[in-house]
Design a protein around this ligand. Sequence first.
Ligand code: SF4
Length: 486
Amino acid sequence: MLLQQNGFECEYEMNVFMRLFFDASDDVYVYTNLTYEGDIIDAYCEIICNGDTYFGEFTLNKPKTGIEKTDNKYSSVCCTRAFINAAQKITKISLPWGAMCGVRPAKAVTKLVEDGMSYADAHKHLKEAYGVTDEKCKLACKVSQNERKILDGIRDNSVSIYIGIPFCPSRCLYCSFVSTDIGTTGKYIDEFVENLLKEIEITAQMLAECGKVIENIYIGGGTPTTLNENQLERLLSKINECFDLSNMNEFTLEAGRPDTITREKLEIAKRYNVGRVSINPQTTNNKTLAKIGRRHCVGEFFDAYSLARDVGFDVINTDLIAGLPDEDFDDFKKSIDNLVSLSPENITVHSMSIKRAAALRHKISRLTEAECMNKMLSYAQETLENNGYTPYYMYRQKNISGNLENVGYAKDGTFSFYNVNIMEEAQTIIALGGGGTSKIVTDDGIERIFNFKDPIEYIRKFDEIVKRKNDIKYLLKGGTLNADGK
Ligand code: SF4
């Protein structure tokens, strides 16, 4: 693929959309040209593909709201829409999100509303400027409205805590998270937990010194319930001992893999104030589970779910993935219908996202996947809304076919505070353990401070973790970091 632009360059955005339609090795030449006349932007695109030429155009009358800040954005939207119009003549792929390429469409809506648009006008704007379908406009506006219910309640001096446990019983083939297979790293879990307990002590002291209150704790990974009962109890009791939990909205334990869940672990979690657990089938088709390396069957998911109900958690979340290998619409429909019949408080629907090098990439046809996934997501949205769920957080990842989305649905009063906060980056998040990123909200934006991803590195370079916590303390007290630290 080769790109040339004239009048305005937006290589990043163009590459995002070019990759949705073509492979890097395809014989494709793309040229865009942009002209301005007053508030009118005219874009023209020419694609030469395997010797044939295709044209696309797009004209935008720049909206009056927020023009100064977003002038470049509208120019890149025009280029990408002209490109999409031309590319669709070749591959017929439809993009329900049109030329929106950001990872947080609801945040874009919130921004438009804060700039003075009504939600109805924001809907119209997404549709006209970006080419977003009515269904996705409605979704983005609804998520924005729901997120605001959570965001408006965040206290100024509050933080959320993320604790990463980067171990899983086996590695799922599609995994793009921070995780290691305990077949290889299991022998390090004890030492990892020891260091994590120290990090909890240091963090608790730091937060107390800075006058911060904890609103949410999320233990994720990886699969935290890969820890055995003893390790899990030590972790949770340390959290209860060190952190002040009296201002908490939510305490989540990701018990993602059903094959790691026991009654005893769930009872320990309940005893130490965990209110929300995530138990994730991803699909209710055994054949698919085997194909994606999950090493558990659907029956184990149903058993783990019943155990969690029995133990009495306030909120159970269940995750599904649309577009798993060789699954058709009926397979996905069955998974959604099965979950709805269980009636968990939260259902999160992910779209299959495959990193460039992931093991499954070659198995998937770009066009059929994009069309089928959109049908699956539409079915999920309609069915869940008809059964008392509402979408309350949403994000997109690179390399999702058709540029589709991941959506968290919840029954009334069970929105996950942590999920909304992390999406909207509206509250400081302090990360502990393996693979987390602390995000410190400052007057100048977000400062990111990383923990090591690899558990062995986390153990061996623990001094560096302590140093980074000192940097966080400095930021929480209003300091700024230069390139070399303080
Ligand atoms: S359970 Fe989740 S974190 Fe673990 S390997 Fe599978 S996808 Fe990755």
